[in-house]
Design a binder for this molecule. Sequence first.
Ligand code: CA
Length: 282
Amino acid sequence: MLYTDNNGRTSALPLIVAGMILLSLCAANFAVLHCEAEEMTKKKAESKAGDPLELTIKDVKFRFRCCPAGTFTMGSPSSEKNRDNNETPHQVTLTQGFWMLETEVTQDMWKTVMAGNRGYFKGAKLPVESVSWSDCQEFVEKLNALGTAPKGYKFSLPTEAQWEYACRAGTTGAYAGDLDRMAWHRYNGERTTHEVGTKKANAWGLYDMHGNVWEWCSDWYGDYPAGNVTDPAGASSGSRRVNRGGSWVSDALYCRSAYRYSLAPDRTVSDLGVRVSRVSGQ
Ligand SMILES: [Ca+2]
């Protein structure tokens, strides 16, 4: 659009000036992202289990904890009390480290990305719940579209194996520590969700992996493989997606590190939320 001044002359000057301002603003944004990218890359190379990484997305802080590449036993031993038959222990190797969100996704985080709140219980620091697996995929896609993950990284729902690896944080028992100190569950949860991060974290600094709300994983639910596996991503197809960790309404046995549950991907429940991870990949 051309500009006509008081003397009747036409000029593209305002447009040029506006363009220059816009370009300088974009350059500033790129600079911020560039710095973040360098910082993240540097941290990834040097990080050890539990190291923090903080992103600010539209003024809301997303804190992640480093889960380094490694091997662990997924599932439960036959000696574990209240175990289920679908928890066959097997060795899992994760060849890529990843960054797990320190807490469940809060309603604050959800609103920032999705422009609308979800949750039967309302509160900025409460975990989002009553979200379907499909809703959570949309959340991840929008989070990626914001461009806050540097080139070579993306946000994702954790795989079931990544989730259990992060939950255990090197432990091998039924829980990653003292359940009552770490989890809001049926007998201390007072029939509601609780603000994230108010119980004790596990050894890698992750809160509420046990209890508060169940967490969707990316996998289709299916039987575990017979032998040892590398970077498993669940069944190739199915009708239900995996949920992990138990909730404010769960008996303790459902909060076990190895316990597996699943629901149809369109289901929404007031004790089922989500946690995201940041992984390598385009
Ligand atoms: Ca949880």
